[in-house]
Design a protein around this ligand. Sequence first.
Ligand SMILES: C[S@@+](CC[C@H](N)C(=O)[O-])C[C@H]1O[C@@H](n2cnc3c(N)ncnc32)[C@H](O)[C@@H]1O
Length: 224
Amino acid sequence: MITFDVITIFPKLFEPFIGESLLAKGQKKKLLKIGVHDLRKWAKDKHRSVDDKPFGGGLGMVVKVDPVYRAVQKLKKKGKKSKVILFTPRGKKFDQAMAYDLSRQNQLIFICGRYEGVDERIAKHVVDMEISIGDYVLMGGEVPAMAVIEAVSRLVPGVIGKSQFLKERLQKGRKKGFLEYPQYTRPEIFEPKKNIKWKIPKVLMSGNHKEIEEWREKHRKIIL
Ligand SMILES: C[S@@+](CC[C@H](N)C(=O)[O-])C[C@H]1O[C@@H](n2cnc3c(N)ncnc32)[C@H](O)[C@@H]1O
């Protein structure tokens, strides 16, 4: 069982995401636990404010360190293998090997930034690592959190129901890069317009497993 605890100012964004499909099933099967927490719960003033103006001036607001600190202190389960992660475009680029490493933790606490970012003391003192999902700037850390939840959850045995298959691929993937080959399904010939036919590679219809495997090996792509 792996627990995800997401700290966000927009918890409702996660409701449909975690309530559907394999993430919902994984939670029902007690393979995953996904808790979504409103950062405002840990605000102390009467307006429940979690952001303030930047010291030194400048545009926009910055997420405050104190509510985030209190949230992490409250959520962190003692004695469990855990990582506290801040989403930031300045972080280490997320990839399949990182997803694999994270899937071996018992608890992942995600801090979703908003506004102009978060007080740097969060990165310095509160978190174990900073993750970026790519070299572009989003409005918040919620979409990155969802991406990491999906990538990590599908590596938890039983969540996608093909754990042995996945394990073998991962063992290869750890050393050489994560590999994938093109997939096709019915119809065998698709005609989008008159006289245009999109066919599948013949070998896939041959029934010859050795040749199919060779074809797949030849067409694998390294995506790490
Ligand atoms: C508008 S962005 C802040 C950008 C800020 N100027 C900076 O460089 O961190 C608001 C929040 O979105 C999240 N975010 C934006 N792009 C991201 C990315 N590529 N990877 C991970 N998180 C991202 C972060 O949590 C960030 O604090």
